[in-house]
Design a protein around this ligand. Structure first.
Ligand SMILES: Cc1cc2nc3c(=O)[nH]c(=O)nc-3n(C[C@H](O)[C@H](O)[C@H](O)COP(=O)(O)OP(=O)(O)OC[C@H]3O[C@@H](n4cnc5c(N)ncnc54)[C@H](O)[C@@H]3O)c2cc1C
Length: 519
């Protein structure tokens, strides 16, 4: 994953690629991985950093979606729980079994959730992560010491997966590259190319670092740009209909003392009928989310005051220690790329979360909707559709058993570097050899070698890439991440051959963007 090497490989040949995938979030990465694994020649182009947009702002759950089961969407849940099992098997260093406790209010609740979650387990079959069960009030209070006793009658425990979204993005891309794909960040597609028959045969893209425009030829161009899908559709046809209804979801991050222990809490019905999760993550607690329709898509959406208030207010109803604004270590917002077509007038929480594929007259394939949990299956479905559209011989998926880069079973979750999986040994070797063992943050357990590693092997190009997505410092403790930024800039500048002016600009940029994560 060396950017200079990638860009020369992509631009030096006049090759016609099988696939050019536009967008380096969960969707684009899942497609590139599947296509490369089936032996196709693939290039993935990402305008910003990989997973910069929605794919870094998830609730960090690999889940079937208990809520969708309640809505009777059994097919969607079945697909997702199977994918959950496959992901836990193929990326055990990033996906772990997470137990959730649903606090119940009376016998009806207890029966409803016990029965519902037994069905949830049953749908996963042999890929279930653990059995659901009712636990009495005493046991519930023992497992979750900070829950208000007067709020509950008992609890129902169930299991889902929990993961690190951007680490999965980077490791999946590395896997795709190992399968022969080429991938480039800071490469924004600006137009699609068409042949004499009006069929799309490539794209132009700008190297955002140099400003140079390049042209790429491809048999199949794929639009995997999430909430930005309509922009690419307009490149294809200026009169293209609107297909996306973005909906914002906000999370706040709190200290572990608000939810000590290993269980997460799932509140199935908040005041306005939503679901709220409180999930332990990297020694902090992620609390969210909201579901607020927004008009404008953005790479850096900003949490609304009412969304923050709603999360803190709902958590306060359940926790003995009420979280206040100044307890919030970070707040982040992401936009769901919900498919809007044919579903006008519905509230966003009712709009289908399943993925959709459609082909334009000129052959552009667009994939919208879906979720991180099903990114592999989305890749499979898209490549199947491309084979059909192109009249290529039908091939089988190659990703069901494909181990994700860094694969390591039985990682020690107490080790702050656990998420590197099998790379950890190499990283520590690099640290020892070059005396890069110095700490950048003792609070977040980050060492200097991680910066060098991110630049050399994970295509980190900016201070934000490192602090927000190669590590999760910005989301875990935004103020602490600002303290770390100067050291990160200094190490990156050395690795990338940049000057003091670059460092200063990086710090200013990082400070500006991180201001949105601090209350
Ligand atoms: C609040 C919230 C919580 C969620 N929680 C979960 C969860 O717990 N579990 C789960 O499974 N799913 C979850 N999801 C869903 C999941 O995060 C999304 O479905 C997924 O991340 C969408 O990925 P994407 O690749 O389609 O979009 P994005 O991540 O937005 O990626 C699209 C990319 O395209 C790039 N792009 C745009 N235009 C261009 C261009 N012209 N050229 C090149 N690149 C371009 C953008 O920069 C962007 O990086 C959640 C979503 C939200 C909003």
């Amino acid at each position: 994953m060396n950017r200079d090497e990638m860009i020369s490989k992509i631009t030096e040949t006049k090759k016609i690629y099988d696939f050019v995938v536009i967008g380096g979030g969960a969707t684009g990465i899942g497609i590139a991985l599947e296509a490369a694994a089936r032996g196709y020649a693939v290039v993935l182009l990402e305008k910003s950093d990989f997973a910069k947009s929605t794919s870094s702002k998830s609730t960090k759950l690999v889940h079937g979606g208990v809520r969708y089961l309640a809505q009777g969407n059994v097919g969607l849940v079945r697909e997702a729980v199977i994918e959950r099992g496959l992901l836990a098997k193929n990326a055990p260093h990033l996906v772990k079994d997470q137990s959730f406790v649903i606090p119940t209010h009376g016998l009806f609740d207890e029966i409803k959730y016990t029965v519902g979650l037994t069905l949830y387990d049953w749908l996963a079959g042999s890929l279930s992560l653990g059995k659901s069960k009712r636990i009495n009030k005493k046991k519930t209070l023992k497992r979750i010491s900070t829950i208000k006793p007067d709020k509950i009658s008992a609890g129902v425990v169930y299991h889902d997966g929990q993961f690190d979204d951007t680490r999965l993005a980077i490791n999946s891309l590395q896997t795709a590259v190992e399968q022969g794909a080429l991938a480039l960040n800071y490469a924004g597609v600006t137009s699609v190319l068409k042949n004499d028959n009006g069929k799309i045969c490539g794209v132009t893209f700008v190297d955002e670092e140099t400003g140079i425009t390049h042209q790429l030829n491809a048999k199949q161009v794929v639009n995997a740009t999430g909430v930005f899908a309509d922009h690419v559709l307009k490149m294809d046809s200026p009169n293209a209909q609107k297909t996306i209804a973005p909906s914002q979801g906000v999370h706040v991050v709190l200290d572990q003392s608000f939810l000590p222990g290993t269980d997460a809490i799932m509140i199935p019905k908040t005041d306005d009928g939503r679901v709220l999760f409180l999930v332990p993550w990297h020694n902090k607690v992620v609390v969210g989310t909201t579901d607020t329709p927004v008009e404008q898509e953005s790479l850096e959406p900003v949490a609304l005051e009412e969304e923050i208030d709603f999360i803190l207010r709902t958590a306060t109803r359940y926790l003995t220690k009420a979280p206040k604004r100044n307890d919030v270590l970070s707040v982040f917002a992401g936009l769901r790329p919900l498919a809007a077509s044919n579903e006008k007038g519905k509230k966003t929480k009712e709009i289908s979360r399943s993925h959709k594929i459609f082909t334009t007259n000129s052959g552009l394939l667009t994939m919208v909707g879906g979720k991180w949990t099903t990114y592999r299956k989305m890749g499979e479905d898209l490549v199947d559709q491309a084979e059909k559209n192109q009249g290529w011989p039908k091939t089988q998926t190659q990703t069901k058993d494909l181990k994700i880069h860094g694969y390591q079973a039985n990682v020690d979750l107490h080790n702050p570097l656990y998420f590197y999986g099998s790379d950890q040994e190499l990283l520590l070797h690099l640290a020892k050899q070059n005396t890069w063992e110095g700490s950048i943050s003792t609070a977040l357990g980050v060492i200097e070698a991680q910066v060098v590693w991110a630049v050399r092997f994970e295509m980190a190009r900016t201070v934000e890439d490192f602090l927000a997505r190669r590590t999760r410092c910005q989301l875990l403790d935004a103020k602490e991440s600002l303290e770390m930024a100067p050291k990160v800039a200094e190490i990156m500048a050395k690795e990338l051959g940049k000057d003091l002016e670059w460092q200063q600009q990086q710090l200013a940029d990082y400070k500006a963007v991180t201001a949105n994560y601090i209350l």
